[in-house]
Design a protein around this ligand. Structure first.
Ligand code: SF4
Length: 195
């Protein structure tokens, strides 16, 4: 199977998935979208209201901020891949619970193996906690770790983990938006061919 076929298989499974109770309240699952050859993979927490309606990641206010951040370093959204820890929206945008994450995370793990990005940028606490644990890194507060580069070895080579604040925070906190703009410069100066 090639990359496209493998990703399509994952997406089909997500669309039929009932491994946790979130399928009952979702309008649409949100598997993720972007280039399968992306050098950078952004990972958010879970779909929100707009994402659930459209079945696409980061299409609401936080998505607009993410688009602005990408634009600030000259990267087109179509060149990256954007996914979430959970593929279905938790009711009232509550935090994901541990059982939901455990049930859902195999999909994200497989997406990482298919895309094989050079950079993974987890957005916000839940994504950072998972990615740090997955790669054997010690997680501290996002306020201490954001914008730093953590090199890890994977089955597909050495990659950089660059934790970032979640763009949703920047919708009501201009200081976080400025910090995100600074941290995106770190992505730009990393070893990416698309910059
Ligand atoms: S959140 Fe994940 S595990 Fe739960 S139903 Fe949706 S796709 Fe399945």
């Amino acid at each position: 199977m090639n990359k496209e076929e493998e990703m399509q298989r994952i997406i089909s499974r997500i669309k039929d998935c009932r491994k946790c109770d979130l399928w009952k309240s979702r309008l649409n699952p949100v598997p993720g979208e972007g280039s399968l050859d992306a050098e950078i993979l952004f990972i958010g927490e879970a779909p929100g209201y707009n994402e659930d309606k459209q079945g696409r990641p980061f299409v609401g206010r936080a998505g607009k901020i993410l688009d602005e951040l990408l634009e600030s370093i000259g990267i087109d959204r179509s060149k990256v891949y954007i996914a979430n820890i959970l593929k279905c929206r938790p009711p009232d945008n509550r935090d994901p619970d541990v059982d939901e994450i455990n049930a859902c995370i195999e999909y994200l793990d497989r997406q990482i193996e298919i895309i094989q990005p050079k950079i993974i940028s987890p957005l916000g606490r839940f994504a950072c906690e998972y990615i740090f644990k997955k790669y054997g890194l010690k997680y501290d507060k996002i306020s201490k770790m954001h914008g730093k580069i953590f090199k890890v070895n994977t089955l597909f080579g050495s990659i950089s983990i660059i934790p970032l604040y979640h763009p949703a925070v920047a919708t009501y906190n201009p200081m976080i938006k400025n910090q995100l703009l600074e941290d995106f410069k770190t992505i730009k100066t990393s070893e990416l061919n698309i910059c």
